[in-house]
Design a protein. Structure first.
Length: 116
């Protein structure tokens, strides 16, 4: 097996494990909040799907951002090796790739706010 294939499988496994653990933690948080006297007006099934979708949006956006930064960063280092004066432009491109994760986090916060 090629090292790049092993690396991608390892990243996918860690991402999947993180998403599963985050989903379980968020699903288990709903009964604890209800026990403290917080009124939950949303159906528990909808609450579970909402937590799962919030975790998926943040997790998949972070995975996509990581892949984008890896690709852009590799190309950026190659460009900087030839023309060091492109540092500012390259930094902007890497920053734009990181913005994908921020958008996923914003979407997950909006989903959680909508749940109550």
């Amino acid at each position: 097996m090629k090292s790049s294939t092993r690396w991608l499988l390892a990243v996918a496994a860690v991402t999947l494990l993180t998403a599963v653990l985050a989903t379980i933690a968020l699903v288990l948080a709903a009964p604890a909040l209800a026990a403290e006297g917080v009124v939950v007006a949303v159906d528990p099934g909808v609450m579970r799907w909402g937590f799962a979708s919030a975790a998926a949006s943040a997790g998949l956006a972070a995975l996509g951002a990581g892949y984008a930064v890896a690709q852009v960063g590799t190309a950026a280092l190659g460009a900087l090796a030839e023309k060091p004066d492109l540092f500012g432009r390259v930094l902007v491109m890497v920053g734009l790739a990181e913005g994908i994760a921020i958008y996923g986090l914003i979407v997950s916060i909006l989903i959680l706010n909508r749940l109550g």
